[in-house]
Design a protein around this ligand. Sequence first.
Ligand SMILES: O=C(O)C1=C[C@@H](OP(=O)(O)O)[C@@H](O)[C@H](O)C1
Ligand SMILES: C=C(OP(=O)(O)O)C(=O)O
Length: 430
Amino acid sequence: MVGSRTVEFRKPVLKGECKVLGDKSISHRAIMLGSIAKGRTEVTGFLSGEDCLRTIEIFKQLGVYIKREGEHVWIDSPGMKNWTAPADTLYAGNSGTTARLMLGILASSNVKSVLTGDASLSKRPMKRVTGPLQKMGALIHGDDFLPLTITGSKLTAIDYELPVASAQVKSAILFAGLNAEGMTTVKEIDVTRDHTERMLAQFGANVLRSDKTVSIEGGQTLQGSKVVVPGDISSAAFFMVAAAMLEGSSVDFINVGLNPTRTGIIDVLKAMGAKVVVTDRNGDDGEPFGNVNVTADSLRGIEIGGELIPKLIDEIPIIALLSTQAKGKTVIKDAAELRVKETDRITAVTEELKKMGADIEATEDGMIIHGPTVLKGASLSSYGDHRIGMMAAIAAYVADGPVHIEDPDCIAISYPNFFEHLYQLSAVEE
Ligand SMILES: O=C(O)C1=C[C@@H](OP(=O)(O)O)[C@@H](O)[C@H](O)C1
Ligand SMILES: C=C(OP(=O)(O)O)C(=O)O
């Protein structure tokens, strides 16, 4: 059954510290690499969101021992050459990252499997991954969409130029390349998140990197490692935007991931006029992290496009809301990828913000927003998309009436205790 939730108008001042949950992209990769590698891997700060739990379940079905206690995960793997064939289909749920990265891993494994997903994931394009994998010799049966049947086989390395800026496609090819014959090279059109490259190196793989090119030699054996997952900047972004929009607010985000391929939200907040200060930066040899203070200030519209887009792709729904509170025109372009996320996020964002009275219009590859607008209370749909659900909740904080959210439970996909953290920050009123 699909539930609903009403978030009351309070226009609070947000104050205090926020420690968001672990990074979703890094959590997925920690489980994947810990299962590919031989021996023990220990993960701390793991995100227990639904998407990452799907990844754990899949590897358990492949015979990998995985124990989880909250944010702490222990993996004991026999190494990917010794996985067992799954008795049942492998279910990726709502998670594009699980599905696409698993395709690269399973294609070069020793097992035959069928990969499925929920209704949303079954509509998301997979050819962008199965195409290059088939060029490597992968045996994948099915169409552009899940379910797909994958018969693990010996692959041959390729040189591949990504037609879309996608870390999921890049990572799938690198995982396949890890077990293929020869040197696999992936060239990007724009730099995308590089967690796979960083973590492969951490697990002992030799990865060659220069500018927009990554190469990996096949046949390398990985050893288990220790992974510390920093806070998810894509989750923090919702509260960063809230702090930037609500006059008098100032929030400290503790131990949040600061990988430069992910920090586009900080660039945007600064360019729009919010005060953002980064301190205690650490971890530059692995995954950088640090503390970020965001303080509200007057906001102005800007243009967002080009190579910045992959650095904030999942933050665009909340940036659209931010733009409704900025003076002048904001243009978001080069973001057509939003149309093939959990839902068509260009349509979802414009339709829902229009219901609140926002001056927003969809374009083919983004949106144009004029502000500032006093938003009104409304009944909004999450479209079953966690990022749209969280945007709707934050929108309630700048609206002059209650916002009713249909199907807010999907927020647990990436942020199970989102409302708890939101209410903690807004409890301090001045
Ligand atoms: O590699 C990853 O972990 C992700 C890559 C991005 O998708 P694309 O690769 O499709 O751009 C992003 O939107 C997704 O939330 C997570
Ligand atoms: C697009 C997202 O995730 P995925 O592609 O893994 O479903 C997201 O988290 O916003």
